[in-house]
Design a protein around this ligand. Sequence first.
Ligand code: SAM
Length: 265
Amino acid sequence: MKGPDELMVQSKIADTYNAETRLRIELSLQQQGVVILSPMDIFDSINLIKALGIMPKATILDPWYNKGYGGVKYNYREEVIAILNICASISDHIFLWGFPEIVAYFVDKLPEPLSLVAWLTWYYKNNPSVIRGWRSSQNACLHLARPGARLYPEHFLNEAQKAKQAQGKLRYMPGPTSVIEAPLLVGFVGRKEQTGHPAQKPISVFEPLILMATEEGDLVFDPMSGSGTTGEAARKHGRFAIICDILEEYTQIAEKRLNVERISI
Ligand SMILES: C[S@@+](CC[C@H](N)C(=O)[O-])C[C@H]1O[C@@H](n2cnc3c(N)ncnc32)[C@H](O)[C@@H]1O
C-alpha cells in the first residue's frame, strides 16, 4: 500500500499534468476553434474533461444505435446511463441520439438531476430501401438538461422578428420545430459534405441543437464525434468545440475535414 507521502507526490504530478493539458487545450481552442483529442474511449475522454475542470455548456452524444451498423451491445443501456451520469456533472445540456425505439427506454430512467426538455426528431425521406419491412426515416434525439439550464429560442428569430423584438412588439417567442427535416447524406445527396464516415449526420441537423443550448463563445463537447460534424457546426456559429472518437480512422477524417491536428493526450 502507498504511504501518504507517495500519494501526495502522485497527486502533485497529476495536478501538473492536468494544468499543462488544460493549457494546451485552451490555447488550441483559441487558435483553431476546435480541438480534436487523440482517439480514446468515451469514458476516458469524459473523465479527462471532468478532471481538467472543463465545463462544456452542451454535450452531444451520438453513439452507434444498438442496431444495424455498429451492432448490438448487451450492456448498451447500462453504459448509456453511466455516460449520462458523468455528463450531468459537466454539462448543462445533453443531446442523446438514437433510433426512437432505443432512446425511448431512457426517458423515465434519466439520472438526477437531468430532465427531458424535448424529444426531437430528425426526419429524412431518402433512406435506401434495403430491408423487408418498415424503412427507417427518423432518428430521435433526447434534449436533456440540468435544472436552470438556459434555452435560447431567440437564436431562431428571423430578421423581421428581430426588428419587432427590438421595438418591443414581439408578442411571444416562437421556438423552432422539434422535427428537423434534412436528407440523409447518401448517394449524390450532400456529396460535398460527405466524408466517408458511415453514419455522418448533416451539419443542418446539429445546428439547431447548438443554437438552442449555447451562445457565441460557449463550448460544445462531443466524445463520439465520428467525422466531426459537431466541430463544424459549432465553428460555423462561433462556438468552441472539443471532439473525440475511439477510432483512429475517424479521427483522421475529422482532422482532414476541420483542418485541425489532434492534441495528443
Ligand atoms: C453514429 S457515429 C457518430 C457520427 C457523427 N455524429 C458524425 O456526424 O459524423 C458514432 C461514433 O461513435 C464512435 N464510438 C463508438 N464507440 C465509442 C466509444 N466507446 N468511445 C468513443 N467513441 C465511440 C464510433 O467510432 C462512431 O464514429
